[in-house]
Design a protein around this ligand. Structure first.
Ligand code: PHE
Length: 417
């Protein structure tokens, strides 16, 4: 594993009106959960890497999350106006520098490494922490982890492509669990440069490789945690500026379809930018928390960040076991109401809650909203407080709520009620 030596704090240069990285994010730097032996995210990284072991690929971990906006967005063809670039979705160090929002930020760099090695490897797996401003609930956390994979063929090596395809054939039992709503039938949605046949081979190889990898992990999961007879996989079309065609994989889990990855046939212009000519291949990006929550039956995303031994002592490196819930501490909620104007962005509010209350908030729900005849809008949010580590005292929660109100009044353009 290569590890860049940049320390997050030292990368701060001049702050400008784009800088929006709060203390609670800075405080998490250096935890490296995905490299912590025995941590479920580290085991999942290792177990996924093993699924691709017989493919000739580089496995890389990226440590510093600080990247240029060119790297995170432009190099992938993400338009200047794309919502993901907004200050309410992304953490910025300054106007031109942000915390990576996905592992795709490192695609170009790793494709360049393949080109420099004269294609001595056929692909890569990159694991890293990624950052997005988002809502507060049991499945969203502003830092999460992704694994990015890619695999390429020389376009002249049709025989090699067909051989690889044969290697990832699904047996009929597994095939029955897969619903493919994104089968390519004609030339719609192809890149001009690639033939239908090449695109089809790459797409099927992509889909089968991923279903095989994930299903193998499902098979490693203890029966008490997961009802394997219920597991289903579904492919649907998706859209990314750096792949075409693009697919999404969903997994059916406890009665609901959950998105777990985005993927597709790599845009040829990304390969040529990296100095790779006449190749075709696929890429995917999978969220590790969501898959780990399914496989390990982990009910709350904050648990990945806990320092409670009762969490960490449960796990054996590179094994999947069912999380044994330990006593939950009591929940305590407080409501907060305020008038907003058109400058209000919900993510700014969630961010403030995380900043003031750290991981003591389990979720934030909008419970009431109304607009007066005069056109003023009032929101009421319920803040659900619960610690993962201790029983919160009433006065602690009261103090948090007071601090939250103060911070809200002073930093957002709202009027408390
Ligand atoms: N980066 C995309 C995301 O985070 C996922 C993706 C990776 C899609 C690689 C296509 C190819 O949603």
């Amino acid at each position: 594993l290569k590890s860049p030596k940049i320390i997050f704090k030292n990368t701060y240069k001049t702050l400008d009106s784009w800088s929006n990285i709060p203390e609670h994010i800075k405080a998490k730097q250096g935890r490296k959960l995905f490299l912590q032996n025995g941590h479920p995210l580290c085991s999942l990284r290792e177990l996924l890497q093993r699924q691709f072991r017989d493919k000739s690929i580089n496995c890389v971990a990226k440590e510093s999350p600080v990247v240029s906006t060119i790297t995170n967005f432009d190099s992938l063809g993400i338009p200047k106006t794309h919502v993901s670039r907004s200050k309410s979705d992304t953490y910025y160090v300054d106007k031109d520098t942000c915390l990576r929002t996905h592992t795709s930020a490192h695609q170009l760099e790793e494709f360049k490494n393949l080109a420099e090695s004269k294609m001595s490897k056929k692909g890569f797996l990159i694991t890293a922490d990624v950052y997005r401003r988002d809502e507060v609930d049991a499945s969203h956390y502003p830092i999460f982890h992704q694994m990015e994979g890619a695999y390429l063929w020389d376009r002249n090596d049709k025989a090699g492509m067909l051989r690889d395809l044969e290697q990832v054939k699904l047996d009929s039992d597994l095939q029955k669990l897969v619903i493919d709503e994104a089968t390519l039938k004609d030339h719609n949605d192809l890149q001009d440069i690639y033939s239908l046949q090449e695109t089809q081979i790459a797409s099927i190889h992509l889909k089968n490789s991923l279903v095989l990898a994930i299903h193998n992990l499902v098979l490693m999961t203890p029966d008490n945690g997961l009802d394997k007879s219920q597991v289903r996989y579904r492919w649907t079309y998706d859209s990314f500026p750096f792949t075409q065609p693009s697919f999404q994989l969903e997994i059916f889990w406890k009665g609901a379809w959950l998105e777990i990855l985005g993927s597709g046939v790599v845009r040829e212009n990304i390969l040529t930018q990296a100095g790779i000519q006449n190749h075709v291949g696929w890429a995917f990006g999978i969220g590790l928390e969501r898959l780990a929550m399914i496989l390990y039956s982990i009910p709350d995303i904050r648990l990945f960040w806990t320092t409670d031994d009762r969490f960490h002592k449960q796990f054996t490196p590179n094994e999947i076991t069912t999380f044994q819930p330990y006593s939950k501490y009591p929940l305590c909620y407080k409501d907060i109401s305020f008038w907003i104007d058109e400058s209000f962005a919900a993510n700014d509010f969630y961010e403030l809650v995380r900043d003031v209350c750290k991981d003591l908030v389990e979720s934030v729900d909008l419970i009431d909203q109304y607009t007066t005849k005069a056109g003023r809008t009032s929101l009421c949010y319920r803040i659900n407080y619960r610690s993962m580590e201790k029983s919160l005292k009433n006065e602690d929660v009261d103090l948090l709520q007071v601090n939250l109100r103060k911070a809200l009044a002073s930093s957002l353009n709202i009027q408390l009620r």
